[in-house]
Ligand binder design. Structure first.
Ligand SMILES: NCc1[nH]cc(CCC(=O)O)c1CC(=O)O
Length: 312
């Protein structure tokens, strides 16, 4: 019997998957035997389309659908995902069995020419395909130009060298997991660049009817991260639906770890509007807090917010 682990094939996805496998082996030395585990690389829609912003492709689970199908079909037993890419409502038959301790949740500013956004002159180009990052840059610096930019770390660095853009942004978590933190010019503060919901968190899914694998995987769960991510995902669930909305959300625990402090944001892609909120609540109310924050921002943005977004 082989424990089959499903993952995308990107260097980051593979690094995360090997980390999960090592953690499982550490808990059950029998898994270290040859053939006891296997890593199955699965190409997803998000991997196949490299030339367009993901928001244009649309649809849910761009980086997860094919892996979910493999899991439900029994080709893989567990799957490792960046939680940022996991839809708020999981497909029927699949459960989230563990969330690993969160990495650095911040975005990194990356440039070969400038040390920070503040140093960038009017007209300089920022490369990103992320609606959230684009909207936050446009809101803070309407004088900069945002250009379309996708690809892995190496591709982006080459594009910076070639002058396709003067700066870009990537999650610190991904750089750290790839041992490439030196690529970051500087981390951006949580105030200037509120992260995507669940950024920096890795989740492991199992089949709902596979109690044995669920029990193995559940041992890796980090309760602190799971509560924060549950809060953020409840927020996203209230606001999203389309993947075409710039949304940011970050929850952390208070110093005594009894409360959750949540910051959320929803914006228009052109940065002309951004609504922010801060809430705190006892941590057992994590999901309710996220939902409340989402409802507050929905109300503050106004009924015609989504209509303005589609028009813009
Ligand atoms: N959508 C791609 C993606 N999914 C997760 C990460 C980074 C790692 C993480 O947030 O855990 C990235 C790349 C990026 O945004 O830089």
């Amino acid at each position: 019997m082989t424990l089959k682990i499903g993952t995308r094939g990107s260097p980051l996805a593979l690094a995360q998957t090997h980390q999960v496998r090592d953690l499982l082996v550490a808990r059950d030395p029998a898994l270290a035997e040859p053939g006891a585990t296997s890593v199955e690389v699965i190409k997803t829609t998000g991997d196949a389309v490299l030339d367009r912003p993901l928001s244009e492709i649309g649809g849910k689970g761009l980086f997860t659908k094919e892996i979910d199908e493999a899991q439900l079909g029994g080709t893989v037993d567990l799957a490792v995902h960046s939680m940022k890419d996991v839809q708020t409502v999981l497909p029927e038959g699949i459960v989230l069995a563990a969330i690993l301790p969160r990495e650095d949740p911040r975005d990194a500013f990356i440039s070969l020419k400038y040390k920070s956004f503040a140093e960038m002159p009017a007209g300089a180009k920022v490369g990103t395909a992320s609606l959230r990052r684009g909207a936050l840059v446009r809101a803070a610096r309407p004088d900069l130009e945002v250009v379309m930019f996708r690809g892995n770390v190496q591709t982006r660095l080459t594009k910076l060298k070639d002058g396709v853009a003067d700066a870009t942004m990537l999650a610190m978590a991904g750089l750290n997991r790839l041992d490439m933190a030196q690529v970051a010019t500087a981390p951006l503060s949580l105030e200037e660049m509120l992260p995507a919901v669940a950024q920096g968190a890795v989740g492991v899914t199992c089949r709902a009817d596979d109690a044995e694998t669920q029990a193995r995987v559940a041992a890796l769960n980090c309760l602190d991260t799971a509560d924060c991510v549950a809060c953020e995902r409840a927020f996203l669930e209230v606001l999203d639906g389309s993947c075409r909305t710039p949304i940011a959300g970050y929850a952390r625990l208070s110093g005594d770890r009894r409360e959750i402090v949540f910051n959320g944001l929803v914006a228009l892609p052109d940065g002309s509007e951004a609504h922010r909120c801060t809430w705190r609540a006892p941590r057992h109310r994590a999901r309710a807090l996220g939902k409340l924050a989402g409802e507050e921002l929905r109300a503050r943005a106004g009924e015609d917010f989504y209509a303005r977004m589609l028009a813009g």
